[in-house]
Ligand binder design. Structure first.
Ligand SMILES: *[C@@H]1O[C@H](CO)[C@@H](O)[C@H](O)[C@H]1NC(C)=O
Ligand SMILES: *[C@@H]1O[C@H](CO)[C@@H](O)[C@H](O)[C@H]1NC(C)=O
Ligand SMILES: *[C@@H]1O[C@H](CO)[C@@H](O)[C@H](O)[C@H]1NC(C)=O
Ligand SMILES: *[C@@H]1O[C@H](CO)[C@@H](O)[C@H](O)[C@H]1NC(C)=O
Ligand SMILES: *[C@@H]1O[C@H](CO)[C@@H](O)[C@H](O)[C@H]1NC(C)=O
Ligand SMILES: *[C@@H]1O[C@H](CO)[C@@H](O)[C@H](O)[C@H]1NC(C)=O
Ligand SMILES: *[C@@H]1O[C@H](CO)[C@@H](O)[C@H](O)[C@H]1NC(C)=O
Ligand SMILES: *[C@@H]1O[C@H](CO)[C@@H](O)[C@H](O)[C@H]1NC(C)=O
Ligand SMILES: *[C@@H]1O[C@H](CO)[C@@H](O)[C@H](O)[C@H]1NC(C)=O
Ligand SMILES: *[C@@H]1O[C@H](CO)[C@@H](O)[C@H](O)[C@H]1NC(C)=O
Length: 495
């Protein structure tokens, strides 16, 4: 709760610091067309299983009900979507949509001693429905995208009603009038409902959309917008903050994202840029909040190398590599207390992604009587080369290479040769630290994509200061969690 309040405060006070995104998502025309196709298929599916609530009413002395309303057929509309830069929005056009229903009707007439009750069934169809809806995007105070209808027009081609049973023969005499009346009632209702759908439902779901992702139970990756969605003739772009915060004490990092270079290939559906700002804010928060500290002990060693930190052993262990430790502390195990000494840096070039980490390593011996004896302090600067990869819509990394420089800052066990310590540290990095970091890095970070969408035909490109993911999308039909349509919005189809 507190961090939410803090976040809101931050947004209102510090949003103006930088408008460069840390993460940018571009949806191209191809992407929009695909989104349109999915929305279209979903709407048709929902219309076919549409539940129209019973209708009833009173007109003077006449009471009527219409129940058991069933959708008998749907003529799927042709649909298209287009970008409207002038309105900072998109326009969605449906044409030639038709629906036919059947229902049971009952009419009661009561006046004085006259009681007439009659019932029957009715077939009705509405065809040639055309709709053009334009929705404009913006940003709200909390960094959520906002949406508002900025234009709607609708027309109805034909309404056809046919009553059966009861006094149908009389009602059918007035068919023309009834049909015209229905058409007049329905026509304005279409835009009214669509506008409400955009201004209420769509707006509400955007306003409550989750814009933070928790990482490692300690960090928050913040995807809130830093600007209104950008709409050009070729794409729609979302500029996300892409900053990582320390969850318990949300505080801005003292640096900002660099501007992103231009990119003109729009052949994929989606492009996502992740700048070095995102890993660097993570590293900044991790270092300044004391997260980059670790006591490496025997427990952290894999079975094959379980004795590596023993001071006494037959073959290869720290005691055989550095005999003076074995001599002073036999039958002991060594602990390495690691701690970052500077803000680590992620460096992205067009070839590699590296993380540079300066650490201080305090070496202790845990003696057989369980006392801790101080051995030495080392200064170790490590450089890790990471290979980014995309799996299951998450961005993860594998450490593919490492190097380090080491100096001895202080020793309580006489002169320590850096060349021997190099062997020890390289062993520890290779079989304890890096596999553990790889386990963490493999979990990856979820990319800012709506659920229910899979990547296909994906590429990943390292550039100066950022990495770019280009991908096509594939909708997972089983999990239709992106689009929710509620039956009540179709209650416009009221007779
Ligand atoms: C490491 O061990 C030292 C002394 O045994 C202790 O004070 C410190 O809190 C430990 N650090 C971590 C990160 O566990
Ligand atoms: C760690 O274990 C592996 C697998 O048994 C072995 O190949 C390697 O030499 C060991 N490393 C050290 C430094 O003992
Ligand atoms: C290494 O040290 C641990 C704990 O003191 C001990 O249990 C283990 O047997 C030792 N391994 C070797 C090979 O001496
Ligand atoms: C180390 O342990 C071995 C086996 O338990 C024992 O024989 C030896 O005396 C011990 N050495 C010292 C210096 O405690
Ligand atoms: C990578 O960057 C270097 C130096 O900035 C430049 O010379 C080189 O052409 C770039 N390579 C690619 C493939 O962009
Ligand atoms: C524990 O062992 C260390 C080193 O082996 C020794 O210096 C110290 O006196 C011992 N302490 C006790 C309480 O036995
Ligand atoms: C990706 O997701 C599928 C299905 O959800 C799962 O079977 C697979 O193990 C996942 N792969 C990775 C690398 O997480
Ligand atoms: C180690 O030192 C060399 C020479 O000063 C330097 O080029 C290299 O970047 C350093 N590596 C790390 C990991 O600090
Ligand atoms: C590690 O980096 C720091 C700061 O860049 C530098 O002062 C120090 O000398 C480096 N240590 C080693 C062992 O290279
Ligand atoms: C995924 O991409 C491949 C290669 O472009 C394409 O052949 C395939 O049809 C795509 N799959 C789906 C489900 O779109």
């Amino acid at each position: 709760m507190i961090h939410i309040i803090t976040l809101i405060l931050l947004v209102s006070t510090e949003l103006s610091i930088s408008t460069n995104p840390g993460v940018k998502v571009r949806l191209t025309k191809n992407g929009l067309q695909y989104a349109n196709k999915i929305a279209h298929d979903e709407i048709v599916k929902h219309l076919q299983s549409l539940n129209i609530p019973d209708q009833s009413g009173k007109d003077g002395h006449i009471e009527y009900t219409l129940d058991n309303i069933r959708v008998k057929g749907v003529t799927p509309p042709a649909s298209s979507i287009s970008l409207v830069p002038g309105k900072n929005g998109v326009s969605w056009a449906l044409s030639n949509f038709g629906i036919s229903i059947s229902a049971d009707w009952r009419v009661k007439y009561e006046r004085g001693i006259i009681h007439i009750s009659t019932s029957g069934s009715v077939d009705a169809s509405v065809s040639g429905i055309n709709l053009v809806e334009t929705a404009s995007f913006g940003i709200d105070k909390t960094g959520h995208p906002s949406i508002a209808s900025s234009g709607c027009s609708a027309s109805i081609g034909d309404v056809d009603v046919d009553f059966h049973g009861g006094i149908s023969f009389i009602i059918n005499l007035f068919r023309g009038t009834v049909e015209r009346k229905i058409k007049d009632l329905l026509q304005p209702k279409v835009c009214e409902e669509v506008t409400q759908l955009i201004n209420n439902d769509a707006e509400k779901s955007l306003a409550t959309m989750q814009i933070t992702v928790e990482i490692a139970k300690r960090f928050l990756l913040d995807y809130r917008l830093v600007a209104s969605p950008v709409i050009t003739a070729d794409y729609l772009e979302i500029w996300d903050k892409g900053e990582v915060f320390w969850e318990a004490a949300v505080k801005e990092a003292p640096f900002s994202p660099e501007p992103l270079p231009a990119w003109s290939d729009n052949s994929r559906m989606v492009y996502i840029w992740v700048t070095n700002y995102t890993p660097n804010t993570f590293l900044y928060q991790a270092h300044t909040n004391g997260y980059l500290k670790y006591n490496l002990t025997r427990k952290d060693l894999p079975g094959d190398n379980a004795s590596y930190l023993n001071t006494t052993c037959k073959l290869k262990c720290i005691g055989t590599i550095i005999p003076q430790i074995a001599k002073m502390y036999p039958n002991s195990t060594v602990e390495l207390h690691l701690q970052s000494t500077a803000i680590p840096k992620a460096v992205m070039t067009n070839k590699t992604l590296t993380v540079e980490l300066d650490t201080s390593v305090n070496m202790w011996a845990k003696t057989p009587n369980n006392t801790m004896a101080y051995l030495a302090t080392l200064d170790v600067n490590v450089s890790l080369t990471l290979q980014p990869q995309i799996k299951n819509e998450t961005l993860s990394e594998v450490i593919t290479d490492h190097s380090f420089n080491l100096t001895v800052v202080k020793s309580a066990v006489g002169e320590l040769h850096a060349s021997l310590l190099n062997i020890v540290i390289d062993g520890i990095l290779s079989f304890a630290v890096i596999p553990e970091l790889n386990n963490i890095a493999a979990k990856g970070v979820q990319l800012p994509m709506v659920g229910g969408v899979q990547f296909n035909n994906t590429f990943l490109l390292l550039q100066e200061g950022n990495l770019l993911i280009g991908t096509d999308l594939q909708y997972k039909v089983e999990e239709s969690n992106t689009l929710h349509f509620k039956a009540e919005h179709y209650s416009a189809i009221q007779i």
